[in-house]
Write a protein that binds this ligand. Structure first.
Ligand SMILES: Nc1ncnc2c1ncn2[C@@H]1O[C@H](COP(=O)(O)OP(=O)(O)OP(=O)(O)O)[C@@H](O)[C@H]1O
Length: 223
């Protein structure tokens, strides 16, 4: 069980202050929804929480704490079990759905039998059993979105940062994905979901609204 926290976290892209300094606590076992209009700073916040913004491209201030310890860079965050599902999925077009989920597991040192079992389980959870052999390029936007989430689920994250993971899904698959995110929280993960979907936000443990980078809780997390 690992809490996620941030203190004084801000993001600037050149002269654009995308996220004003904010403090954030996401207790293990909870789902925090980050809402706000397009350009409000949701993705910038998630990338900063993943410590994935290089100084050459963005200026980040403040600290990210995972399990109470300060995390300084993307490798450090990954080592603490922080997994980001980016808005554009970051899948390789030339891999199959199966390979997309398998490769990070093998790279992390999981044995083949464990990795293969995790791939089957994760793709099943997002409704992609039967699509394992399809190339990412041959999948719809919504299917790609679910492969990206399956890749994250298979890694059993301590902190799961999901950026608009339901934006391209029909109602049934949206429910499947939201259920998977809540199952991750029930397993003990700290989950952050950036979303435009009011229903997804309504089901979250807490809701942080962003407006031109300024954050305000509309429902606070229960510690
Ligand atoms: N790579 C980048 N380079 C320069 N500016 C950026 C970059 N990414 C985001 N921004 C700027 O930061 C601000 C916040 O953008 P961000 O993508 O974080 O918002 P968002 O709430 O996730 O939007 P959306 O809902 O459309 O995904 C915007 O003004 C945007 O133009």
């Amino acid at each position: 069980m690992t809490d996620l926290a941030a203190t004084g976290l801000s993001v600037a892209w050149g002269d654009t202050l995308a996220v004003h300094p904010l403090d954030l606590a996401v207790p293990a076992g909870s789902v925090v929804a980050v809402t706000g209009p397009s350009g409000a700073g949701k993705s910038s916040l998630l990338w900063a929480l993943a410590c994935a913004l290089r100084p050459a491209v963005a200026t980040v201030t403040g600290q990210v704490l995972v399990g109470g310890e300060v995390v300084g860079d993307r490798d450090g965050a990954a080592g603490r079990g922080v997994v980001l599902v980016p808005q554009r999925n970051a899948l390789s077009a030339s891999l199959t759905a199966h390979e997309s989920v398998l490769v990070p597991l093998l790279a992390r040192g999981e044995t083949a039998p464990v990795a293969l079992a995790r791939v089957a389980e994760a793709l099943g959870r997002v409704g992609l059993t039967g699509s394992e052999g399809h190339l990412v390029d041959q999948l719809s936007g919504g299917q790609q979105q679910r492969v990206a989430l399956a890749r994250a689920l298979a890694l059993r994250p301590e902190v799961l940062l999901a950026d608009e993971s339901t934006s391209e899904l029909d109602a049934g698959n949206r429910e499947l994905v939201l259920a998977a995110l809540h199952e991750e929280a029930a397993r003990g993960a700290a989950v952050v979901l950036a979303t435009h979907d009011p229903d997804a936000a309504a089901g979250a443990s807490a809701v942080l609204g962003l407006d031109e980078g300024a954050a305000a809780w509309s429902r606070r997390p229960v510690a």
